[in-house]
Design a protein around this ligand. Structure first.
Ligand code: CA
Ligand code: CA
Length: 364
């Protein structure tokens, strides 16, 4: 248990150095499990600003591009020397390591990463540092905030800062914590309703044993044996809900990028919509419905990116109590069904789709 105003990193169950092949990029199981190349053909998180509130990121790691930040531990600008603690650098790589011929790749390889150091090289800090970092996120127009950290005590000042960020339309993603059964509640600020709390799963899609249990878990994501960037041009495998949270933060960056590419006309216009969408498309596991182990279920990256431009839809007719919408679809190639060509390349056809299916596409 931490002192009331202290934050710390959840203890990591496994941590080991990993050699990566020179001149080639490897993709971790958390990337291979989902259809990221298909998603990346649509968006790689372009221009979305993601703040990593953590230990300092190694800004000189060749697989990362850091666009700015601040060191709230030493009260200087962006920290530029290699930090002794690898946590923040690892988290940053999971979100947005570059898609190149080097090392590993992040979930949103073209998002803009910002390093907000609130934890020292031993991995501890204060709520005061987090609060200042959260206000920095508002002042500097961040879109997503990742907090793979937490404290055991509630704080009015911390809650008020979280509320300010939420009201500014910024999505906050937090680690649920690695306390397993030790406590019946989650760490702060992950337990607040204004943040998302992410539990960890392993390669077999089962909950990792260390993942904290509590009523405010939203969804679960890969957080076991995740290979990512660590300081001084190294790579390491870490396990923890600290690794599950940045997976979701990267996914949120992809969602926001897609939303913007559709002129801001999809249903996700703020943190509440982002969370509703992610929880609705999650694949329910363990106990029926939302539960204290896995929240609403397994993260579903592909479905999370099914975001439709509302303006391209029009109510076509009502039939047998169903709403039928018309959607104009432009075909990228000839489309055949049972040997018959239904559409030519470049042709626009109007398809009918029921409101039920549409809502599944838009909200899952
Ligand atoms: Ca890379
Ligand atoms: Ca469930």
């Amino acid at each position: 248990m931490f002192a009331n105003d202290m934050i710390s990193l959840g203890k990591l169950e496994i941590k080991r150095a990993v050699e990566v092949k020179a001149g080639s990029q490897t993709t971790g199981w958390h990337i291979n499990k989902y259809r990221f190349p298909k998603i990346w053909s649509k968006t790689q998180g372009e221009s979305v600003k993601v703040a990593v509130i953590d230990t300092a990121i190694d800004v000189n790691h060749p697989d990362l591009q850091i666009h700015g930040g601040y060191d709230f531990v030493n009260n200087t600008g962006l920290r530029t020397d290699a930090p002794l603690h690898g946590h923040g650098t690892h988290v940053a790589g999971i979100i947005g390591a570059k898609n190149n011929n080097l090392g590993i790749v992040g979930v949103a390889p073209k998002c803009k990463l910002y390093s907000l150091a609130v934890l020292n090289d031993q991995g501890s800090g204060s709520y005061g540092n987090i609060i200042r970092a959260l206000d920095w996120c508002i002042e500097n127009g961040m879109d997503v905030v990742n907090m793979s950290l937490g404290g055991g005590g509630d704080s009015k000042a911390l809650y008020e800062a979280v509320r300010r960020v939420y009201d500014a339309g910024i999505t906050m993603v937090c680690a649920a914590g690695n306390s397993a059964w030790e406590r019946g509640y989650l760490d702060f600020p992950g337990t607040y309703n204004e943040t998302m709390a992410i539990a960890a799963i392993k390669q077999n899609m089962q909950r990792a044993e260390f993942s904290s249990i509590g009523p405010n878990i939203d969804i679960c994501a890969p957080g076991y044996e995740i290979v990512s960037t660590t300081p001084s041009n190294t790579y390491s495998a870490y396990s923890g809900t600290s690794m599950a949270s940045p997976f979701v933060a990267g996914l949120v960056a992809l969602m926001i990028s897609k939303h913007r590419s559709l002129g801001g006309r999809t249903p996700i216009s703020g943190p509440k919509d982002v969370r509703d969408h992610l929880t609705k498309v999650a694949h329910d596991v363990s106990f029926d419905g939302q539960d204290n182990y896995t929240g609403y279920g397994l993260v579903n990256p592909l479905k999370s990116l099914y975001l439709t431009d509302r303006h391209k839809l029009r109510l076509h007719q009502r039939k047998w109590g169903l709403e039928i919408y018309a959607v104009d679809v432009k075909f990228k190639e000839d489309y055949f069904f049972k040997g018959r060509r239904l559409a030519k390349k470049g042709q626009t056809r109007t398809l009918s789709i029921s409101g039920h299916v549409l809502r599944r596409l838009m909200y899952g």
